[in-house]
Write a protein that binds this ligand. Structure first.
Ligand SMILES: [Zn+2]
Length: 102
């Protein structure tokens, strides 16, 4: 594997090839915009992407009081799965959940 393969990239929305991030600038404390060029010379698509902070996985030890992000996991969007009450003893049928296999 080369360094190229490990570097961050985005897929061109038109041809699906890798597209390289060329330069970027911070727009707000939560949003950065990057200029992107498709690596497929025949396609040639140039576009702009936004990279935004959307949730906190581990709180900062140096918090910015102007920044407010919901807590969540690496892959689970914040607030999409409300915590199940500890005393919730309803059966799976009552909750509409599928029974566990086996
Ligand atoms: Zn392309």
């Amino acid at each position: 594997m080369t360094a190229y393969n490990r570097s961050p990239y985005i897929t061109c929305p038109h041809c699906g090839a890798r597209a390289a991030l060329r330069s970027s600038e911070q727009v707000t404390p939560l949003v950065r915009e990057a200029r992107v060029l498709c690596n497929d010379e025949e396609c040639g698509h140039a576009f702009v992407v936004q990279i935004s902070a959307i949730r906190t996985v581990r709180p900062s030890a140096r918090p910015n009081p102007a920044v407010h992000l919901p807590l969540g996991g690496w892959t689970v969007p914040a607030n999409d799965r409300p915590p199940r009450p500890a005393n919730d003893d309803r059966s799976p049928a009552a909750t509409g959940a599928a029974p566990a296999p086996g």
